[in-house]
Design a protein around this ligand. Structure first.
Ligand SMILES: Cc1cc2nc3c(=O)[nH]c(=O)nc-3n(C[C@H](O)[C@H](O)[C@H](O)COP(=O)(O)OP(=O)(O)OC[C@H]3O[C@@H](n4cnc5c(N)ncnc54)[C@H](O)[C@@H]3O)c2cc1C
Length: 356
């Protein structure tokens, strides 16, 4: 395997202090940092970052076994360095492998190839494209780049500092997060399920107007799913249906537990494949706006967590529900961090742009 590498030299007052801040940041995100005087190695899951400091000079080095991973390390080092006080203005230019590329190695352009309504409020769209193997991964979601209606696609490009340059103006694509429901890399297909929600933003509006041949971009994948366990508790609203469906399909046949899904009414239920020992329960909003009813939180709070088996609790919901479920699992149930994952999938009254 060939190791790819890139390097950037940055002139900064007190480089050592910036290294210390970067190390603290990456350690907080559970990366292993091996610090030695003047030279620090960070073991990312996609490769290695090396920081060398000498008074007012900091050298960043990224090493990985493919250009996409290399770009991810360059991005992480540059992005976090530029967030540090005093470093935002520092000139940072990478040289080495992949630095002459004019397209983002993780970006794929795909076209709508099939559209099917699974329920009145959930539309399945399959996209065709090339080189989609990277999305057939344990990582759960992608970022979808959606050109404005009627505009030709314009994509972000690599920046010399490792941070992508986002297009500006009327053709700039919107960025939205969706779960990878299915990938068939051999056939060159990726499938996403879109909730057709009220007050649609660019994501739901794209799904509502999509026609065969429409072009979008995909970046990713990212985001972990559930850890192996004997008993699972899965909770979510319509937006988490794709994730819950995907998680259930991949569980061992002897897995046990409960999945609770809130949808509008019985017509929004899906026949999800799931282990026989795991109960699938549906809650109905019956016309109440999504994200306004307490029933999902109440249902989850009423489910006792077994003490005699390994467990994992997972939720993808509206922001307020996410906060309540995470607090319940952390504070009331005392579940350690590696035994639960609650994610805010959307926030009532806020677009995903506002969350960024
Ligand atoms: C990791 C992750 C995975 C996700 N996977 C999926 C998926 O597979 N399928 C899917 O459909 N969604 C999924 N979502 C949720 C999706 O990203 C959000 O719903 C997103 O806001 C939709 O973008 P939009 O452009 O339609 O609306 P935005 O422009 O973001 O928001 C516009 C308005 O719509 C409201 N809104 C957003 N979502 C909803 C909703 N579900 N119901 C009612 N009002 C809403 C907002 O509060 C806002 O007022 C996922 C989110 C995350 C973080």
């Amino acid at each position: 395997m060939t190791l790819l590498a890139a390097e950037a030299e940055v002139h900064l007052a007190d480089a050592e202090r910036h290294v210390a801040h970067l190390c603290a940041h990456f350690e907080e995100h559970d990366f292993v940092v091996a610090a030695a005087p003047g030279r620090t190695r960070i073991a990312f899951d996609v490769g290695t970052g090396i920081l060398e400091s000498d008074r007012d000079r900091l050298t960043l080095r990224a090493e990985a076994d493919d250009t996409t991973r290399l770009a991810a390390i360059k991005f992480m080092l540059a992005q976090h360095l530029q967030e540090l006080p005093g470093a935002a203005e520092a000139r940072l230019v990478w040289t080495g492998d992949g630095c002459a590329d004019t397209t983002l190695p993780s970006l794929r352009e795909v076209r709508v190839s099939r559209i099917r309504d699974l329920t009145p409020n959930l539309r399945r769209i399959t996209f065709a494209g090339q080189d989609l193997g990277r999305y057939d991964a344990p990582d759960m979601h992608i970022h979808l780049l959606i050109p404005p209606a009627g505009q030709p696609p314009v994509w972000p490009v690599p920046g010399a500092n490792g941070i992508p340059v986002w297009p500006e103006g009327p053709a700039a694509p919107a960025l939205r997060t969706y779960t990878v429901r299915r990938v068939d890399a051999e056939a060159g297909e990726i499938t996403l399920d879109f909730v057709l929600h009220a007050a649609p933003g660019p994501g739901a509006a794209f799904a509502a107007r999509a026609r065969l041949g429409d072009v979008v971009g995909i970046l990713g994948p990212g985001g972990r799913g559930v850890a192996p366990a004997q008993w699972y508790l899965l909770a979510g609203d319509d937006t988490a249906l794709p994730a819950i469906g995907r998680i259930l399909e991949r569980l061992a046949p002897d897995a046990t537990g409960v999945a609770v899904v809130e949808v509008d009414d019985a017509a929004d239920e899906l026949a999800l494949q799931h282990p026989a020992g795991l109960a699938l329960r549906w809650l109905h909003r019956k016309g109440a706006p999504a994200g306004t009813t307490p029933q999902l939180v109440e249902a989850v709070r009423a489910i006792p967590i077994p003490q005699d088996r390994s467990v994992f609790a997972w939720a993808g919901t509206e922001f307020e529900t996410f906060k309540a479920l995470r607090a319940h699992w952390r504070k009331t149930c005392g579940l350690p961090r590696d035994r639960h994952l609650a994610v805010a999938y959307w926030r009532r009254g806020h677009s995903e742009d506002a969350e960024a």
